[in-house]
Design a protein around this ligand. Structure first.
Ligand SMILES: [Cu+2]
Length: 161
């Protein structure tokens, strides 16, 4: 009898332990720019789906890691710029070369059509923010939608397995 009770107690103890499936993954996101004042009135051609030399991009989004398991993902976003407001949006895309739906006249992605999963909007220089999303397997675009910034190179992709 005593042995049976111990076994049941042990099973209960295992059941309440947090399982690996409930763990979250943290992705560090850095937003930034070269600090040079730029004319962003024209698309610089560094948006996805365009011919581009990303090494010359005056603005960037860097993430670590670029591949995560499906489940809860916490994006910890920091604007490393000294003087420019940046933000981070997250939207599903078909593959890494997919261009986002774009509004040419506004020089930014069409947020009505990107189906973004959330954002850390308009971070002042030096500020940080956080976004927690339950992510399914697929490819996603991480981008800044301040006018001109996507075309200036502020995008990257993340894979969820
Ligand atoms: Cu930006």
């Amino acid at each position: 009898m005593k042995r049976t009770i111990s076994a049941v107690t042990l099973l209960c103890a295992i059941a309440i332990l947090p399982s690996a499936g409930f763990a979250s993954t943290t992705v560090k996101v850095s937003l930034g720019d070269s600090g040079v004042v730029l004319d962003l009135s024209k698309n610089l051609g560094m948006a996805p789906g365009t011919k581009m030399d990303m090494a010359k991009a005056p603005m960037y989004i860097k993430i670590q890691p670029a591949m995560v398991p499906a489940g809860t993902v916490v994006f910890k976003v920091t604007n490393k710029s000294k003087d420019v407001i940046h933000e981070m949006l997250l939207a599903p895309i078909a593959n890494a070369n997919t261009a986002l739906p774009y509004i040419d006249s506004e020089n930014r992605a069409d947020e009505e059509k990107t189906h973004d999963l959330g954002e850390v909007s308009e971070l002042d220089p030096g500020k940080s923010g956080e976004l927690t999303v339950d992510m399914k397997p697929g490819t996603y675009m991480i981008f800044c939608n301040v006018p001109g910034h996507l075309g200036a190179g502020m995008w990257t992709t993340i894979k969820v397995k």
